[in-house]
Design a protein around this ligand. Structure first.
Ligand code: ADP
Length: 188
């Protein structure tokens, strides 16, 4: 059987994980041998599941480096899923290519842009060599239009009321925004 590369890109909340999980579960229903990977730095909800924001999930192997995938591949592996592909090193591109050349169906999902709106890691290169690429959109949290970008929000917690300039425990969060409402944070 011919191998191929499919990529699913878009901002946060666009349904990339949902779509990846949907395709991989269908492959499992077809009794195909499926392996799923995610980068070790992503511990969004759990340590061994891919979890989408709507709650669907699938067991995945957490790996630190792209080349670690090769240790898990067996002769009968038919489908390889990769989530959060933007966090892998550029070697992931060659590995996906080699797997597809060997007949594997590779399905990778990830952010195409970082919170500044710049191309994110290996994702654009993967889109370029893929047979199939789907660019998903979320809903802009400001205006309700389709959103293709990820806004970083900094929630700053003042240390005390007398000196609100000193900030401790600042946390980051993200939301989907359209081009008009996406703002690149000023780094001063
Ligand atoms: P991604 O992997 O792209 O971050 P997920 O598959 O994890 O996306 O989550 C998609 C789900 O997120 C949607 O089905 C919806 O239930 C929820 N969601 C929350 N906020 C938004 C938003 N701003 N736009 C679209 N979907 C959203």
């Amino acid at each position: 059987h011919h191998g191929s590369i499919e990529v699913i890109v878009g901002p946060m909340y666009s349904g990339k994980s949902e779509e990846l999980i949907r395709r991989l579960k269908r492959a499992q229903i077809a009794k195909q041998k499926v392996l799923v990977f995610k980068p070790a730095i992503d511990d969004r909800y759990s340590i061994e599941d891919i979890v989408s924001h709507n709650g669907s999930k699938l067991k995945a192997v957490r790996i630190a480096h792209a080349k670690d995938i090769l240790e898990y591949i067996e002769k009968d592996t038919q489908v390889v899923g990769i989530d959060e592909v933007q966090f892998f090193d550029m070697e992931i591109v060659q590995i996906c290519k080699d797997l597809a050349d060997r007949g594997v169906r590779v399905i990778a999902a990830g952010l195409d842009m970082d919170f500044r709106g710049e191309p994110f890691g290996p994702t654009p290169a993967l889109v370029a060599i893929a047979e199939f690429a789907d660019k998903l959109s979320a809903i802009c949290m400001t205006c309700g239009e389709p959103a293709h970008r990820t806004q970083r929000l900094i929630n700053e917690k003042p240390a005390n009321y007398s000196d609100p300039i000193i900030l401790v425990g600042a946390t980051e969060s993200y939301e989907a925004r359209c081009r008009l409402h996406h703002e690149v944070p000023n780094e001063g």
